[in-house]
Ligand binder design. Structure first.
Ligand SMILES: N[C@@H](CCC(=O)N[C@@H](CS)C(=O)NCC(=O)O)C(=O)O
Length: 212
């Protein structure tokens, strides 16, 4: 059985949960409380020396870190349904959209970066929020037009881009990001919200989420 070391509100763990659910892969969750700093505990650092979530533990105890690597592994080991379109150009475009979120947006707004802004750099809460909104808006403005008018990000089936987009939008809404300028992102987010895999992967459905 696979074990996903994650946290209900970790965007990167949420990406992996969506893929696991889309593919119908059985797994168990091991909670690492980000707000309590458990990602820096000796036990977790032994699994992932970067101290970042998620980490996927295979049945034999091997560990894979970094959500893009985990997503690729899952797609290689459980190819059906695929996370990527079949045509090379469409695959490249999907990977580019995923990277716009995973490489160019999420790292700027990660917990440790926001904590560094308010801690070591003495930035106040308003400036921190401005920073957060700015980097999300920069990416969402750039990718909204590339998303087209299909039900999901890369067509009529959910896939890799949706795995990245939904957690990023969830996170943006938590931080009161103005979302009115992104009709395609909003449509895809709403459609994913009706899909069983995304419902099961949602933060509120996770065992470590506080009771509502
Ligand atoms: N590139 C990494 C990013 C992982 C990451 O930043 N995870 C966040 C949670 S979404 C984390 O563990 N943050 C801990 C911290 O900021 O101290 C991935 O995709 O797995």
């Amino acid at each position: 059985m696979l074990t996903l070391h994650g946290y209900f509100r970790s965007s990167a763990a949420y990406r992996v949960r969506i893929a696991l659910q889309l593919k119908g892969i059985a797994y168990q969750s091991a909670a690492v409380n980000l707000l309590a700093g458990e990602q820096r505990s000796a036990a977790y650092l032994a699994r992932n020396p970067q101290g970042l979530l998620p980490a996927l533990e295979l049945a034999d105890g091997e560990i894979i870190s970094q959500s893009p690597a985990i997503l690729e592994y899952l797609d290689e080991q459980w190819p059906t349904p695929p996370l990527l379109p079949s045509q090379p150009l469409a695959r490249a475009r999907a990977r580019a959209l995923a990277a716009a979120i995973g490489c160019d947006t999420h790292p700027l707004n990660n917990l440790r970066v926001l904590n560094y802004l308010t801690g070591q750099l003495g930035v106040d809460q308003a400036a921190k929020t401005s920073w957060y909104h700015h980097w999300i808006a920069t990416t969402f403005a750039a990718i909204d037009g590339q998303l087209g008018s299909a039900e999901f990000a890369a067509g009529d089936q959910p896939g890799l881009v949706d795995c990245y987009l939904v957690p990023q939008v969830y996170n943006a809404l938590r931080f009161d990001q103005p979302m009115g300028a992104y009709p395609n992102i909003n449509r895809i987010y709403a459609n994913c919200g009706q899909h069983p895999a995304f419902i099961a992967a949602a933060p509120e459905q996770q065992p470590d989420a506080p009771a509502a």
